[in-house]
Design a protein around this ligand. Structure first.
Ligand code: BES
Ligand code: ZN
Ligand code: ZN
Length: 502
């Protein structure tokens, strides 16, 4: 897809040439002055008249009328140079690639140096470029008789970069591409309907991923899960015609199996709510209840590509949450793998039940640090809206590393508190150690607090992506539907992870 070349060649033939434009260019300088000259100074005039805009994220297309080798030029507005962040640059590229996709070109070139600032070097720009290219042009194929695949798509992009670090630019393009691709894989899993993605299908997908990247793969079937005493996970599966799967992938990037990061993802392939059944409106869209599992698998794909010097165990409990004569019910008391007993007050609070056993199992595999990701509660949407992932932790230094990664990935998150008062509410049952639904007040928080009971003393961060796993409308970095939330945050977190001295 990407070819790197050193010197910008204005005579080279391209279907399109992309140029970054900062606010208030008094006049073009360097290569851009040569370009303007080829147009007898008319580009400067077009900037002055506003026909070419330097406003952040505006895209202006100019036909070159054969004055240069490229047929057309796209100017990408970048706003004020000092104010351009990595995030904004990635979004600007996203808008560009959406335009390019619409124009059905197969080949283009970009003058990368025109996107470089004092803060963002060619390597940053290269990463933002390739990541945005993947993310912005993502499309879920769907199942129509007539394919909606575009007949033409961009196949080749020549990247002009005079940077001394030519290998670095190439590597950044590859890494950005891997981040985009891993995110898109997660999007496809989330967009796939429940009848086409059962726990067994998800397990097969994970096994294939594991084979591709040489991960150790362990898929527990129902008998294994019973043997291990995962009563909380089994209860959720009880009403289903589909057997449950506990999916485990291990990536060892260090000599020794120590400082292990456990990534735990909720893999409910469809959530009816069980006997605490959802409403007609509330049940639609519940194929996305495996968004946490998808985030973990997307991150594992990136980890397989970039091979960081870290140890990771991914644990995904997968089942649907259905109704039948054998399904679990409110008032049932179940025993988790940890030994803790749970009074079920609401069968729709199933995510925390499957995660309870998955967190315990991740610790059995040696995880010393835990991050769980789940489309866990409608409560997080009430609290934080649809654009912010809710986070909780029992250990601030670990949360700081996750937060740092999220900022770099451009994924918003905000911490919710974990006070004793809410832990008490989870521990309040007349018949068991815990209850799974202490009421709607602050229910994103008590859901997190419940999982925390199983993390116990292990440093742990909980990420509730019920609001962020899907988007109701298209955005700069993708279409409406699954977003692949937290894929890039998790991968960056793993890549940069530093064990914490306690
Ligand atoms: N899967 C849902 C949470 C959800 C809601 C995800 C909306 C995506 C969009 C979860 O299992 C659930 O049903 N949670 C309940 C918890 C309640 C019963 C305490 C909720 O949030 O209403
Ligand atoms: Zn539910
Ligand atoms: Zn659910």
């Amino acid at each position: 897809m990407f070819q790197v070349k050193k010197e910008l060649d204005l005579t080279a033939e391209h279907e399109g040439l992309v140029i970054g434009l900062f606010d208030k260019p008094e006049k073009f300088s360097g290569h851009l002055a040569n370009l303007d000259e080829s147009f007898n100074g008319q580009l400067t005039e077009l900037v002055k008249s506003g026909d070419i805009s330097a406003k952040l994220k505006s895209i202006s297309k100019v036909h070159s009328l054969e004055k240069i080798g490229a047929k057309r030029i796209w100017f990408v507005g970048l706003g004020k140079e000092k104010e351009l962040s990595f995030d904004k640059l990635r979004e600007a590229f996203g808008k560009l690639f959406k335009e390019v996709k619409g124009s059905k070109l197969t080949q283009a070139a970009i003058y990368l140096d025109s996107f470089v600032t004092d803060e963002l070097d060619a390597l940053d720009a290269a990463h933002a470029l390739s990541e945005a290219c993947e993310l912005a042009t993502y499309q879920f194929e769907g199942y129509r008789q007539k394919s909606n695949e575009p007949e033409k798509r961009l196949e080749s992009l020549t990247v002009y970069s005079a940077s001394d670090e030519e290998e670095g630019v190439k590597a950044s393009l590859t890494v950005g591409y891997a981040f985009g691709k891993g995110t898109n894989s997660a999007r496809t899993l989330v967009n796939t309907p429940g009848n086409m993605l059962t726990a067994n299908d998800l397990a097969n997908y994970a096994a294939e991923l594991g084979a591709k990247y040489d991960f150790e793969v362990e898929i527990l079937d129902k008998a294994d899960i019973e043997k291990l005493g995962m009563g909380a996970f089994l209860a959720v599966n009880q009403g289903s015609a589909e057997p449950p799967k506990m999916i485990v992938l291990k990536y060892q990037g260090k000599e020794e199996w120590k400082d292990v990061i456990g990534l735990v993802g909720k893999g409910i392939t469809f959530d009816t709510g069980g006997y605490s059944i959802k409403t007609k409106a509330g049940i639609v869209g519940m194929k996305t209840d495996m968004g946490g599992a998808a985030a973990v698998l997307g991150a594992m794909e990136i980890i397989g590509e970039i091979k960081p010097e870290q140890n990771v165990v991914a644990v995904i409990p997968s089942t649907d949450n259905m109704i039948s004569g054998g399904a679990f019910k409110p008032d049932d008391v179940i025993t988790s793998m940890s030994g803790k007993t749970i009074e079920v007050l609401n069968t729709d609070a199933e995510g925390r039940l499957v995660l309870a056993d998955a967190v315990t199992y991740a610790k059995h595999h040696g995880a010393g640090y835990l991050v769980d990701v789940a489309t866990l509660t409608g409560g997080v949407i009430t609290a934080l809206g649809l654009h912010t992932t809710g986070a909780m932790t029992n250990y601030e230094p670990l949360y700081e590393q996750v937060l740092e990664a999220s900022m770099e990935a451009g994924e918003q998150m905000w911490q919710l508190p974990l006070f004793e008062s809410e832990k008490e509410r989870v521990r309040n049952s007349a018949v068991a150690d815990l209850n799974n639904s202490p009421g709607r007040e602050g229910h994103a928080i008590v859901a997190g607090a419940f999982i925390g009971e199983f993390a116990e003393g292990t440093p742990w961060v909980h990420l509730d992506i019920a609001g962020t796993a899907t988007a109701s409308k298209a955005h700069d970095l993708g279409p409406a539907g699954a977003t692949g939330a937290m894929v890039r945050t998790l991968a960056l977190f793993v890549e940069r992870f530093e064990p914490i001295e306690k």
